[in-house]
Design a protein around this ligand. Structure first.
Ligand code: APR
Length: 251
């Protein structure tokens, strides 16, 4: 990992009050969860997202979407947060005076399991199901729920509580994430290809509002030339090294 950028980033962080970590699938790669678009292993290079992860696909064949997401949930339940998630949670402890907010596109719940308290899951979560008609029914996605079932309150279909392609994000959650982005002093973008809107607007808004934007990704992205710092590194290596640098300077 290029260490030349570590010290200036750590120094900016020491002055920061509001920190945002905006994460994508690349952060969970070290947990063994495939990303969506990475080369041969990318999930969308193996299966058509319109068939298995879109609202049209769900309305055409709910069982196909349910089963594909259930196998992803089973993988997420078998694996666990990695050193990158743990270092981001440690960042919250090292800088107690800061407000550290995680805004994640990921649905695996790993940030919360690693210990971060302020997490906005703007694409929802694979650990819950809800009434498709938004009647109010929400429940944990139990292992025994191997087939789609009707809402016990209103009879409409029950579906995973995540954002399928073709759906709008939860307005309240996204608005709160937008406010955090506009007040951020430092905005980390880790493990994302900036492919999906409106999530990919958040770092742009943050930078326009004055945040220092730091991208952490082993590969270049469309945002690499826009970020204030673009670090060619895996998430675990970078955030582990950043925490070590911050803890070193506290001694
Ligand atoms: N550390 C950091 N970044 C990594 C790592 C790693 N160890 N491994 C891979 N990456 C990077 C890849 O270079 C790529 O830029 O993570 C990024 C993953 O990109 P995508 O697979 O497109 O995932 P993401 O950006 O989260 O996708 C956004 O698209 O499919 C929808 O809703 C889904 O939330 C998802 C959204």
């Amino acid at each position: 990992m290029p260490t030349g950028k570590l010290k200036p980033i750590a120094s900016i962080l020491r002055q920061a009050k509001e920190i945002v970590v905006f994460s994508g699938a690349g952060l969970s790669a070290d947990s063994g969860i495939p990303t969506f678009r990475d080369g041969a292993t990318g999930l969308w290079n193996k299966v058509d997202p319109d068939e298995v992860a879109s609202i049209d696909g769900f309305q055409r064949n709910p069982r196909t979407v349910w089963h594909w997401l259930l196998q992803l949930k089973n993988l997420v339940d078998e694996r666990c947060p990695n050193a990158g998630h743990q270092a981001i949670a440690r960042l919250e402890q090292i800088r107690p005076g800061n407000q550290l907010t995680v805004i994640t596109q990921n649905i695996d719940g790993y940030h919360t399991r690693a210990g971060n308290e302020h997490v906005f899951e703007i694409h929802g979560t694979i650990h819950r199901v809800r009434c498709h008609r938004h009647c109010g029914f929400v429940a944990t996605w139990e292992q025994n729920a191997s087939e789609p079932f009707p809402c016990p309150h209103c009879g409409a279909p029950v579906r995973p509580d995540l954002v399928l392609f073709g759906e709008m994000l939860n307005e309240e959650v996204f608005a709160a994430a937008q406010v955090r982005s506009l007040t951020a002093d430092v905005f980390f973008c880790v493990g994302t290809s900036f492919t999906v809107q409106p999530a990919a607007l958040l770092p742009v808004w943050a930078q326009r509002a004055g945040a220092t934007v730091v991208e952490v990704n082993p590969h270049p992205t469309p945002f690499s030339d826009v970020a204030d710092y673009s670090v060619r590194s895996g998430a675990s290596q970078f955030f582990d090294a950043l925490c070590a640098e911050l803890e070193e300077s506290k001694r």
